[in-house]
Design a protein around this ligand. Structure first.
Ligand code: HEM
Length: 450
């Protein structure tokens, strides 16, 4: 098995990279997301200086299970508010400069999910700085949040404009009932092992600016080099989940709890426990789901027609592994994403089919250097459409922008099953494209004198 290699092999400057970029989140976890607006340039720079100290206090080699850290990210209006020179601003990725709200039509964020309906101030030019603090327990979170608060409180000209707490549900699963955060690629040179022994570590440049990516070249990097190097982009989206509607949908189409669980698993590609359909097609296998050595050790070449895991299942769409190898033009390694999402909101108690009005879902977080060919490609081509799997009119059954007329095909013998009338189970409440600077870059931002 290939490992993620030693840090020396690729020469990643680990002491310049923010901890949250490379380290998987702890499990269990508690966390908080805070958005800030910079009204005063000098105060914003002071904020960068202070946050630089907070972030570099996180030992980059800390054990994920013990660690608690803060990640600092900036939106394009945030870079503008700090007075980053025009030449440098223009060197950022076009999608980042446009911002997520401007990409809504492209991303399928329409109807209820459209920016007009987003939670304030998400998607507005007021969002400048995003902070994420994550920790294995409330005690350590409080300590790390306190350090971050110290950095921005009593700084006139810097306002907290939004906050979202998150925590892992007692079940260890996300609101729809599935274990999440299992499949993530290994980053070459990080020293952190990946979860799929069949997937070679992905070139560091797919996730960090300043290193070669899967094309062999360097990803386009903002200038000056001091600002771009060891940075990356993140996407964060608050995704509200309609759990009661999802449960009712399955309930109305299944003759038993077992069949409900099976239909749900077919939609996701994994059972509630995390056990993949590819390895356990007929029933859940909690031991397999809980075993990190086995629960991601599979691909799809022996299931081309999707009898075990439908080609349209969420996880198979989002990472088709070797299923597209026959399509000469598709290199799945160019579309890999690191996910760092977390759950928010209370659990809808087991068996409840009526909505209780609570806000629950996931804060989806993607990390990568290519917003367009990683996050946007996967979202638009693989989740929002089905041309690549020969079902052009079908969208992701769980997270796709379905409109009450969505269809999901489950291959089975003797005849396939079609689920019809799929409504949207996920509503976008807002989000942002951000840039995560390296630590030297944070200092560079703090010392700007424009
Ligand atoms: C509320 C929305 C979402 C929910 C509830 C959700 C849930 C899940 C679950 C349960 C899994 C399987 C567990 C795992 O492999 O970690 C998964 C996998 C995955 N999801 Fe999502 N997801 C959501 C949105 C998204 C979006 C918007 C994207 C991409 C744009 C995405 C990309 C992925 C990827 C890349 C995987 C890993 C697939 C693999 O490597 O096998 N997900 N998701």
């Amino acid at each position: 098995m290939d490992t993620a290699g030693t840090p020396d092999a690729v020469g990643l400057e680990l002491d310049d990279i923010q901890s949250g970029v490379l380290h998987p989140r702890p499990s269990p976890y508690v966390g908080t997301y805070v958005l800030l607006r910079i009204d005063d340039r000098a105060a914003g720079r002071e904020l960068m200086r202070r946050l630089g100290t907070v972030v570099s206090a996180d030992p980059p080699t800390s054990e994920p299970a013990r660690g608690a850290w803060v990640t600092v990210a900036l939106t394009y209006p945030g870079l503008q508010a700090l007075g980053v020179p025009r030449e440098s601003l223009d060197s950022f990725a076009p999608e980042f400069r446009e911002g997520m709200a401007a990409r809504a039509a492209e991303l399928g964020d329409v109807g209820e999910s459209s920016p007009a309906n987003w939670e304030e101030p998400l998607g507005s030019p007021d969002v400048h700085v995003a902070l994420a603090a994550l920790s294995p327990d409330a005690g350590r979170l409080a300590a790390v949040v306190e350090r971050a608060r110290h950095a921005h409180q009593e700084l006139p000209g810097v306002e907290v404009i939004w906050r979202q707490d998150c925590y892992q549900l007692p079940t260890g699963r996300t609101s729809f009932g599935f274990k999440d955060g299992i499949g993530n690629p290994a980053v070459e040179g990080s020293g952190i092992p990946g979860s799929n022994p069949r997937e070679r570590p992905i070139k560091a440049g797919e996730f960090l600016l300043g290193y070669p990516d899967e094309t062999g070249g360097l990803p386009p990097m903002p200038t000056p080099e001091l600002l771009g190097r060891n940075g990356t982009y993140i996407v964060f989206r608050k995704l509200h989940t309609r759990v009661a509607a999802y449960r009712r949908y399955l309930h109305e189409r299944a003759a038993s709890r077992e069949e409900e669980a099976l239909l749900g698993a077919k939609m996701v590609g994994r059972w509630h426990s995390g056990a993949p359909l590819a390895l356990s097609p007929d029933r859940d296998d909690p031991e397999l789901g809980a075993d990190p050595a086995r629960n991601n050790d599979f691909d799809y070449h022996d299931d081309p027609r999707g009898f075990r895991c439908p080609a349209g299942a969420h996880a198979r769409r989002a990472n088709p592994r070797d299923a597209l190898d026959h399509e000469g033009s598709v290199n799945v390694r160019l579309h890999r994403m690191i996910r760092r999402g977390t759950s928010y909101g209370p659990e809808l108690p087991e068996g409840v089919l009526d909505d209780d009005g609570a806000d629950r879902g996931i804060v989806f977080v993607f990390v990568g250097t290519h917003l367009k060919r990683q996050f946007e490609f996967v979202k638009t081509q693989w989740l929002n459409g089905g041309i690549f799997i020969g079902t052009p009119t079908e969208k992701d059954p769980l997270v796709g922008p379905n409109d009450e007329s969505g269809v999901f095909t489950i291959p089975q013998r003797p005849i396939r099953r079609r689920l019809q009338g799929l409504p949207p189970f996920v509503v976008v409440r807002g989000g942002e494209y951000c840039f995560v600077p390296g630590l030297r870059a944070l200092r560079w931002l703090a010392e700007l004198n424009t």
